[in-house]
Design a protein around this ligand. Structure first.
Ligand SMILES: *[C@@H]1O[C@H](CO)[C@@H](O)[C@H](O)[C@H]1NC(C)=O
Ligand SMILES: *[C@@H]1O[C@H](CO)[C@@H](O)[C@H](O)[C@H]1NC(C)=O
Ligand SMILES: *[C@@H]1O[C@H](CO)[C@@H](O)[C@H](O)[C@H]1NC(C)=O
Ligand SMILES: *[C@@H]1O[C@H](CO)[C@@H](O)[C@H](O)[C@H]1NC(C)=O
Ligand SMILES: *[C@@H]1O[C@H](CO)[C@@H](O)[C@H](O)[C@H]1NC(C)=O
Ligand SMILES: *[C@@H]1O[C@H](CO)[C@@H](O)[C@H](O)[C@H]1NC(C)=O
Ligand SMILES: *[C@@H]1O[C@H](CO)[C@@H](O)[C@H](O)[C@H]1NC(C)=O
Ligand SMILES: *[C@@H]1O[C@H](CO)[C@@H](O)[C@H](O)[C@H]1NC(C)=O
Ligand SMILES: *[C@@H]1O[C@H](CO)[C@@H](O)[C@H](O)[C@H]1NC(C)=O
Length: 772
């Protein structure tokens, strides 16, 4: 802008002063008087060809009269004297905003050509005279940020051309004049931050057909605001008043298309009724604040289709019940405040946290564990608060200060298993190097074995009517049928950036085609898949009809994902698609014991068998004694124990039993103790039994047919235990050691569950017979 306008004008006024005596009634002399009397600084000389080319001044064609005068922020102070601005009779627009003007001259109101008047941000403190009604051409009136007092004059009803009325941040008091409703051209009304009281004039909501912006915030208005949500309205801020009408009255009539609405703030009032479900047409709504009203006790409103929301504040709105998981559709949310309600249930796993800056769930009745997916994103937020709920959480990364301010009253329940983060990193990288070395070998071997296994599974599938392979054959589209749910997201625990949906899992397995089947077990089939990004996965589909809710299932997965042990196959991710719970493991081309022992003729040395038994026992001991609460594996058997390329055993599929219907695991497959036939759910003791069976398989080289256990136990009772030893073991280790292992298997398979040793004791016993 270069030269400050007031300096140019003051200089001009000096120049004009010479004319002043000759012709005191020109616009030039009025203007010079104005600046002379209002400016606080002395001018610096500049040359100008004419008044009309100075900045901020626009004259008419004849260069006689000033049409537009704009001098914002020009250090003008004090009262505007008569016979200055008020004499610029052709003036159409006047902008003196951002000065220190303290009062207006009485002749200002005679400027009946004025269309735009901006006196915003001055120090004017007298009442607005009713002469304002003279401004019949006025379209913009901005008196905001002054100290205007008294009432808004009734004569405002004459200013019928008005489109913008900004009277905000003044000291206007009393009620709104009903005559305001005459100004039907109004597009923008801002009366916020005054001391206005009473009800709005009857018909206010429908008086302004062109209205786009309405701000009545921070006054003392009461009553209702009937029908204001209509037509083209874009921004409505009624916050911080005493409105106490029914919230439904904001929308009247049935044809309310709110497709223009972007901002709605009703907070801090006494609105009653139900939170509007009628907002569903407000597809552009970005900011919605309904906080602190007297709404009825109600469930979470149906607003999750408002996908443009970036600010949602439902604090103190009497919400009860669950936070719906569909809230994840609000992916643009930056601020989510649900504090001070009576919300129950769990924190949804898929809170919309992509863009979140402020998250406040404090002072509710939420319970359960804060999902890890949620905790992980919190470092990106500016502020979050879970205080005063019945929640537990585990994140080793939070500082004490954060815990003391944002998790007040919560339980930090990090299980032991979650702590050794470092150990996990090491073991993973070790595994990876080993993997590279043995990869080629392993892959070719695995292919062969998988082929064998598929044949085996097919044979078994014919026999067992309850297995999945047959279900799949009978209903090939079981998973595809839930067509609409293919956009269900997949949660990848250590790869939060890997965005996938159920559709990707389907694509990667050719819709869970039997050709991609790796193996199957009681808890469901496992498929091979190469996921986007080249991630090779084994996808386990846990059988449907489970008794756990989606919330409970996801919390179970979150907990399992935290468990890290060198002899456990870690859970990499999961997907909860209606009835289907899909668990994702890294697929490492490992060979399972069943395949190794029963479908190949390779002889396996005692040293390796002992290593497998000990590693597996360690993994189980960790699940049983290293995790709080203890994790029951539920499906210990040769088919879930895999050998990695460094021939370390890797126990897979732990903890899934919890997800299954009772009874599903009670197949008599040789690994299940009889006590489970009565009351279905696996226990720590049944895990010990199953481990014992595996141990007997290892020492005998025989399959765990249901008579293996009674055969070996019979031999041991007769003192003939060494007869159970696999003949091919001969010469690979001391017979006494192997016979000792038979005894351990005997102990583990005791009929009475309380007679069985704990897994910790089993680890001790196996270590004692260490071959090395
Ligand atoms: C306004 O006047 C004050 C002194 O009254 C001076 O310090 C300030 O620099 C002036 N501002 C402008 C923009 O000229
Ligand atoms: C009045 O002037 C202020 C400050 O220059 C500006 O921010 C505001 O937008 C103007 N009002 C109108 C209605 O144009
Ligand atoms: C309404 O006015 C208040 C106070 O002047 C202000 O804080 C708020 O941002 C305004 N609302 C909108 C939507 O502009
Ligand atoms: C609402 O109005 C917009 C445009 O004004 C239109 O595109 C939209 O289809 C309307 N919606 C309904 C439900 O009438
Ligand atoms: C939600 O609205 C309430 C009431 O107006 C306010 O106190 C609170 O700060 C708002 N929350 C956020 C996160 O903006
Ligand atoms: C929550 O419910 C209790 C009664 O169970 C009630 O006293 C309290 O006011 C409710 N709080 C909110 C914020 O609705
Ligand atoms: C803790 O911090 C580490 C390192 O920054 C990160 O890898 C890990 O994901 C964090 N854990 C959680 C639960 O956020
Ligand atoms: C908190 O949660 C625990 C376990 O989920 C439950 O036993 C307890 O009753 C809950 N407490 C309250 C006050 O709701
Ligand atoms: C979280 O909410 C509680 C209860 O309102 C409050 O005492 C605490 O200061 C809040 N913490 C943060 C970080 O805002």
């Amino acid at each position: 802008m270069g030269l400050p306008i007031w300096r140019a004008l003051v200089f001009l006024s000096l120049f004009a002063n010479q004319l002043n005596s000759q012709d005191p009634n020109t616009d030039a002399s009025h203007l010079s008087n104005f600046f002379n009397q209002m400016s606080t600084s002395s001018p610096k000389p500049h040359t100008f060809s004419s008044l009309c080319s100075s900045p901020g001044v626009v004259c008419d064609r004849q260069k006689q009269n000033i049409l537009h005068l704009s001098a914002p922020g020009s250090n003008l102070s004090g009262p505007i004297p008569d016979n200055t601005i008020g004499k610029l009779i052709k003036l159409q627009s006047l902008d003196l905003s951002g000065n220190k003007i303290t009062s207006l001259p009485s002749d200002l109101w005679s400027l009946d050509s004025l269309q735009h008047l901006n006196l915003s941000s001055n120090l004017i403190s007298h009442p607005l005279p009713s002469n304002v009604g003279n401004f019949v051409s006025l379209r913009t009136l901005d008196l905001s940020f002054n100290a205007f007092s008294g009432e808004i004059p009734a004569s405002i009803s004459s200013v019928v051309a008005l489109t913008t009325l900004n009277l905000n941040n003044n000291a206007f008091r009393s009620v709104l004049p009903p005559g305001l409703l005459n100004c039907r051209a109004l597009v923008s009304i801002d009366l916020s931050s005054n001391r206005l009281t009473g009800s709005l004039p009857v018909g206010f909501g429908s008086a302004f057909p062109e209205l786009k912006r309405l701000n009545l915030s921070r006054n003392l208005f009461q009553g209702s605001v009937d029908g204001v949500l209509r037509g083209n309205v874009e921004t409505v801020d009624l916050s911080d008043n005493r409105f106490d009408g029914h919230v439904l009255h904001l929308i009247t009539g049935h044809k309310h298309n709110l497709s223009s609405l972007t901002h709605l703030d009703l907070s801090e009032n006494g609105f009653v009724g139900h939170i509007l479900n009628g907002l569903s047409s407000a597809q552009k709504l970005g900011h919605l604040n309904l906080a602190s009203n007297r709404f009825r006790v109600q469930e979470f409103p149906q607003i999750t289709k408002l996908s443009a929301l970036y600010y949602l504040n439902l604090s103190r709105t009497n919400l009860v019940g669950f936070i719906p998981s569909e809230i994840s559709r609000l992916s643009l949310l930056k601020v989510l405040d649900l504090s001070s309600n009576n919300l129950t249930g769990n924190v949804p796993l898929l809170l919309p946290l992509e863009n979140i800056e402020v998250l406040d769930l404090s002072l509710n009745k939420l319970d359960g564990d804060i999902p890890r997916t949620v905790l992980e994103k919190l470092s990106l937020t500016r502020r979050f608060n879970f205080s005063f709920n019945n929640l537990t959480f585990c994140d080793p990364n939070f500082t004490q200060e954060m815990i003391q301010t944002s998790f007040v009253g919560l339980t930090n329940n990090c299980p032991f298993a979650a702590k050794p983060v470092v150990q996990k990193g090491e073991s993973v990288s070790k595994k990876k190097t080993g993997l590279k070395i043995g990869l080629t070998l392993a892959i070719s071997m695995a292919f062969l074995l998988v082929a064998l296994l598929v044949v085996l599974v097919a044979l078994r599938g014919r026999r067992k009517s309850r297995t999945w392979a047959t279900k799949q054959a009978a209903e090939p589209n079981l998973l595809l049928d839930q067509g609409e749910s293919t956009d269900v997201p997949v949660v990848m625990i250590d790869k939060p950036l890997m965005k996938m949906t159920l559709a990707d899992l389907k694509a990667a397995t050719l819709n869970f085609d039997s050709g991609a089947l790796l193996w199957e077990s009681k808890s469901g089939p496992t498929y091979e898949a190469v996921l986007p990004g080249g991630f090779r996965a084994a996808l386990k589909v846990v059988s449907s009809g489970t008794t756990l809710s989606d919330h409970e299932a996801s919390l179970t997965f979150e907990r399992l994902a935290r468990i890290n042990h060198p002899n456990l196959v870690p859970l990499s991710g999961y997907c909860i698609a209606a009835e289907q719970r899909i668990v994702i493991y890294e697929h490492l081309d490992y060979v399972n014991l069943h395949t190794l022992f029963h479908t190949t003729d390779e002889s396996v040395s005692w040293i390796l068998r002992h290593k497998i038994a000990l590693g597996t026992a360690r993994a189980l001991a960790f699940l049983h004694h290293g995790c709080i609460p203890p994790v029951v594996h539920g499906e210990v058997k040769a088919g879930t124990i895999f050998l990695d390329t460094s021939q370390e055993p890797q126990l897979a599929e732990f903890g899934l039993a919890k997800l299954l219907n009772e009874g599903l695991l009670c197949d008599l497959d040789g690994y299940t103790p009889t006590e489970l036939e009565e009351h279905g759910s696996p226990t720590l003791e049944s895990d010990v039994y199953s481990f014992g069976v595996v141990l007997l398989e290892l020492v005998s080289g025989k399959k765990a047919e249901w008579d293996l256990v009674s055969w070996v136990r019979g031999l041991v009772r007769e003192g003939q235990g060494s007869r159970a030893i696999d003949p091919t073991l001969q010469g690979t280790g001391p017979v006494e050691q192997i016979a000792e292992a038979v005894k351990i298997g005997y102990l583990c398979t005791a009929d009475l569950s309380w007679k069985r040793p704990t897994m910790q004791q089993v680890v001790g016993l196996l270590k004692d017979i260490s071959p090395s």
